[in-house]
Design a protein around this ligand. Structure first.
Ligand SMILES: [Fe+2]
Ligand SMILES: [Fe+2]
Length: 308
């Protein structure tokens, strides 16, 4: 079961468990000044990160569907209460990344064939099965929750990574894109324990948790590599295909996470028996970023009532 503790949120009230979302920040980004290659002179790093815009809108909407399906079955009232801000945060993330896809379309990159293919994949592997017998339906929900919890481990680790690393700043990356990535990364760190605790509340199976990670890690890697190949093939101004050596170089420059981190260390940590997301990443660091993020500050000022 969960090993959470109460910590004060950004406003000073002790209302949230470690790794639980507090509220949605309704941030907006102005993309008019962002070039296609927003990491100057580095189409590989640009598109390696751009894959997130392809994967996250469909992915996060799928997370929301699974968590909403589980919500009526959750017994722990504090976990149940945190589901609504989680859903609100993820839906705003999905929207914010989808806007970037519209901007990429203006540069001649049509992402729809890729995103449609991803949506079909989620429909095939992650839809409810209302005609199945009740115990199988329950297992199927647990299995999908375990997958979402495993992916949320990646989003929290990547969130912490993008807040902490300065490689993209040194490369002169577009500040608007960096703020999008860091705002999203910070909220992923902020709510990193919620889906895990929903899974623990409903199932808590260690075997299922590990099996989910063994399925999710290679699937995520395959979709990521497919995404970067797709973007580079459809960008008329970039080399036609990525090379492994590009990834090693960009990882050495701390512009993108390296293969070792994605394939080995991140999944391994998740599969430790004593793992809990509250031990991974730092809420304090995430909220420090959210306090100074230009988009989050603008959202707070616009709302004017502390709700954004
Ligand atoms: Fe998200
Ligand atoms: Fe998330």
């Amino acid at each position: 079961m969960s090993t959470t503790q109460v910590v004060p949120d950004a406003s000073g009230s002790a209302s949230a468990r470690e790794g639980y979302p507090d509220h949605r920040r309704m941030v907006r980004f102005d993309w008019t000044g962002t070039p296609l290659h927003w990491v100057p002179g580095d189409p590989f790093s640009t598109h390696m990160v751009n894959v997130l815009h392809l994967l996250l809108p469909a992915g996060e909407r799928w997370f929301i569907g699974v968590v909403n399906e589980a919500a009526p079955l959750v017994g722990d009232p504090e976990v149940a209460r945190a589901i609504q801000p989680f859903v609100q945060q993820e839906s705003w993330h999905a929207w914010a990344h989808a806007v970037v896809l519209d901007e990429m379309a203006k540069h001649g990159i049509d992402s729809e064939p890729f995103t449609k293919s991803l949506e079909r994949y989620f429909a095939r592997t992650g839809s409810p099965k209302p005609n199945w017998p009740e115990p199988l339906q329950r297992w199927w929900l647990h299995r999908r929750l375990a997958d979402v919890a495993a992916i949320e481990h990646f989003t929290a680790v990547l969130g912490q990574w993008v807040i902490q690393n300065r490689g993209l700043d040194y490369a002169g990356a577009d500040p608007m894109m960096l703020d999008l990535l860091r705002w999203h990364g910070a909220e992923e760190v902020e709510h990193r324990a919620l889906v895990y605790d929903v899974f623990e509340d409903l199932s808590g199976s260690y075997v299922l948790r590990c099996l989910a990670m063994l399925f999710v890690a290679p699937s995520l890697l395959a979709w990521w590599l497919r995404g970067v190949r797709y973007l580079m093939a459809h960008d008329p101004t970039s080399p036609p295909r990525p090379r492994w050596r590009d990834w090693f170089r960009a990882a050495r420059q701390y512009r993108v996470p390296g293969p070792w981190m994605l394939i080995v260390t991140t999944p391994m940590r998740y599969m430790r028996p004593g793992h809990h997301p509250s031990k991974e990443a730092s809420t304090e660091l995430a909220r420090q970023y959210l306090a100074q993020s230009p988009a989050a500050r603008h959202a707070r000022a616009t709302a004017g009532n502390g709700s954004a």
